[in-house]
Design a protein around this ligand. Structure first.
Ligand code: Z5A
Ligand code: MG
Length: 231
């Protein structure tokens, strides 16, 4: 990638109803406002949201039917479909970043690993097996993990309508996320207390994002490929 300022790749992860979509929308707006404020210098890139799974593609429609329990799929097959749904959007991610657009993604590869690996040991979906198809995807510059106790998330609207929305599943998912955070490391994985009110969560996120937005000259790397750069 050239030395021109690129967009920054930010991911918001977390358990169900931790406030991911709320905070993705707020963060995109906040970056947009900062862009407008700084437009005279042109130093801050504009931002767009992305959501995984992207339920609009052909693969995404299969995932949607599975999540709403309208279809059943082998656990390995659905895992690979979630991953394929990211790979089909990887060229778009690369192009947006290269054009100077910041991306704020609602879930990413880490959800893919956490929701499938929590099915092990009942199934043979080991952590390493689940991680394998995600290796090489564009790596986020920063992942914000919205941490909330499953029992608090359950009290929020809409919980319990889809396949994985059960407290025991969420508790196992949280444990896998902890392992992923340790692997990714504190420079790129930040835990945010999502049990606070929306404004406080938003401010905590913003404080972690601001320094990353300024750091647009380092290359985009690939997930679990060390420091190997995109192209
Ligand atoms: N999945 C997978 O298995 N493999 C993969 O690779 C990927 C995903 C990418 C769909 O996810 C499912 O797919 C998900 C993981 C699996 N499994 N489950 N279950 P989804 O992202 O489409 O949907 P979701 O995770 O169920 O969550 P959500 O509904 O999108 O929740 P959220 O985005 O984290 O929260 P929200 O919509 O912003 O807020 C939820 C409610 O809480 C709402 O009423 C808000 O107004 C309220 N809220 C938000 N913040 C607060 C605070 N701070 N205090 C109080 N109330 C709040
Ligand atoms: Mg959401």
């Amino acid at each position: 990638m050239s030395s021109l300022a690129r967009g920054v790749f930010i991911v918001i992860e977390g358990l169900d109803r931790s406030g991911k979509s709320t905070q993705v929308a707020r963060l995109v707006d906040r970056i947009q406002s900062a862009t407008t404020d700084a437009s005279s210098s042109g130093s801050t890139p504009r931002a767009v949201p992305l959501k995984f799974p992207d339920r609009t593609t052909a693969i995404g429609k299969m995932i949607d039917a599975y999540l709403r329990s309208e279809s059943d799929l082998d656990d390995h097959a659905i895992h690979l479909l979630f991953s394929a749904n990211r790979w089909e959007l990887a060229p778009k991610i690369e192009a947006l970043l290269a054009s100077g657009t910041t991306i704020v993604a609602d879930r990413y590869a880490f959800s893919g690993i956490a929701f499938s690996a929590q099915k092990s040991p009942h199934l043979n979906l080991t952590f390493e097996w689940c991680k394998a198809p995600e290796i090489g995807l564009p790596a986020p510059d920063l992942t914000l993990f919205l941490d909330v106790k499953p029992e608090i998330a359950m009290q929020r609207g809409g919980y319990g309508e889809e396949r994985y929305e059960k407290q025991e599943v969420q508790t196992r998912v949280r444990q896998v996320f902890e392992r992923i955070g340790e692997e990714i490391g504190a420079d790129r994985w930040v835990v945010i207390d999502a049990g606070q009110d929306r404004d406080k969560v938003g401010d905590d996120i913003w404080n972690r994002v601001v320094p990353v937005l300024r750091d647009t000259h380092k290359p985009v790397t690939r997930l679990w490929h060390g420091q190997e750069e995109l192209r």
